[in-house]
Design a binder for this molecule. Structure first.
Ligand code: CAA
Length: 384
């Protein structure tokens, strides 16, 4: 029995900052961001958008097309948790009117957690092939203003379902994985911005990749030539390019563009989406590949600082294009509102009130759901 990804839907905020605007404000050559980092825009969530509204907005198109029928478990992957106790997925469960007979849990390991969610989902579906699991990864990448990480911010969510006889990607059983206790990137509970040892983080990303790939290759007997495309965790698109250059030494620029280029299109526009980033890359690849990828094998590398890395793979299923939401994704990215630098800084400084009072948030552009306010420390969500 094949088990894997049946549907995929991507959402990012309706606002973005152009990195040329950031470069001008920070007195940096724009080519550093556009060419050196490989980013053009970064998604910025307004005050009434958070990981819950982005997650629900990503999953909503799947609900509308009936693709969530049969979902028995919702796994919510994030490192932008909004509560120390309650799973953010429960708010999404409510907004989407999912059945009471549903397990809901939140998973955390930096940008890696959606991949362990995928693996757990495969186990659940293998045990009960008539059931489905909804996995949602949703995050806001946020660093201190003026820090080197600032240009690698972003936000977004990806919702995907795992089922038997999947329409998109049958996941292979083999995987290589690696863990080490390192402090390359972290966010203490009392901070709303991540702390990062930037250069070190890029080295650990590669170290984990090499170890995970070696193990995967030994277990599967496959080599790089067995893959039509690769998708990497994308903190910024140049990182994915560098990662593939490390695996595939001496690869030409043309070949590099062929095997990873399509997977980087959405991330260049949305920025880092942390736990969702690898899957933003996969959606980008499936939506944008001019070549029919049916029956082709895709290599995927997931990395979460701290750190855990995993290399795994899947085979694209015949007829996969019929299940894609390409037009909706492209419309979303094309219809966003550009922020001025002042608007970006104002949104950045907007803090969630913590006094337990009654607060209504101004209405900005969002997807189908918005974070309307706070009452007695309870978050209030509503249809936009
Ligand atoms: N024109 C073209 N290129 C230029 C340029 C110009 N005018 N100026 C600089 N560049 C190039 C540099 O040569 C460099 O390229 P190489 O890496 O190929 O040498 C690139 O632009 C970046 O320049 P710097 O190395 O000087 O950049 P920096 O030190 O200011 O910041 C960073 C880079 C450390 C990645 C920083 O953005 C950061 O800390 N980001 C957050 C951490 C991160 O994303 N880490 C990734 C791995 S960890 C992970 O993946 C988990 C996660 O999601 C966070």
């Amino acid at each position: 029995m094949k088990v894997g990804m049946d549907q995929i839907s991507f959402y990012t905020s309706q606002y973005f900052l152009d990195l040329k605007t950031l470069a001008e404000a920070r007195g940096v050559d724009p080519d550093k961001y556009v060419l050196g980092i490989g980013q053009e825009k970064m998604g910025i969530p307004p005050p009434d958008e958070d990981v819950v509204t982005m997650a629900a907005s990503a999953a909503f198109p799947l609900k509308e097309k009936g693709a969530l029928d049969g979902v028995e478990t919702l796994l919510f992957a994030t490192e932008s948790g909004i509560d120390q106790s309650k799973a953010a997925g429960l708010f999404v469960h409510g907004l989407l009117n999912l059945p009471e007979r549903c397990r809901v849990v939140e998973l955390k390991q930096a940008c890696y957690s959606a991949t362990v969610a995928l693996r757990m989902a495969m186990g659940l579906v293998t045990m009960r092939p008539q059931s489905k699991v909804l996995v949602i990864a949703s995050d806001v990448a946020r660093y201190e203003l003026g820090s080197p990480g600032e240009s690698t911010q972003g936000c977004g969510a990806v919702a995907f379902t795992i089922s038997a006889d999947p329409q998109l990607l049958a996941i292979d059983p083999e995987a290589g994985f690696y863990a080490a206790d390192v402090m390359d990137f972290w966010r203490p509970n009392y901070l709303s911005e991540a702390l990062v040892d930037g250069k070190f983080s890029t080295l650990v990303y590669i170290r984990a990749l090499k170890a995970a790939w070696k193990q995967y290759a030994e277990e599967s007997g496959r080599s790089l030539e067995d893959f039509a495309r690769f998708c990497y965790h994308i903190p910024f698109t140049r990182m994915a390019a560098k990662a593939h250059q490390k695996l595939s030494r001496g690869i030409s620029d043309e070949e590099l563009e062929k095997v990873i280029g399509e997977s980087l299109i959405y991330s260049r526009e949305a920025g880092n989406c942390y736990a969702a980033s690898l899957y933003v890359g996969l959606a980008s690849l499936l939506d944008n590949a001019a070549e029919d990828l049916s029956e082709k094998r895709i290599g995927l590398y997931s990395y979460g600082s701290g750190c855990v890395g995993e290399f795994f793979s899947g085979v694209v299923q015949p007829g996969y294009r019929r299940a894609l939401l390409t037009a909706a994704h492209q419309k979303l990215l094309a219809g966003r509102t550009e922020l001025t630098f002042q608007q970006y800084e104002d949104i950045y400084h907007y803090g969630i009130p913590t006094d337990g009072g009654k607060h209504d948030f101004a209405q900005y552009r969002t997807g189908p759901f918005r974070f309307a306010g706070i009452r007695e420390h309870k978050r209030i969500y509503e249809r936009a």
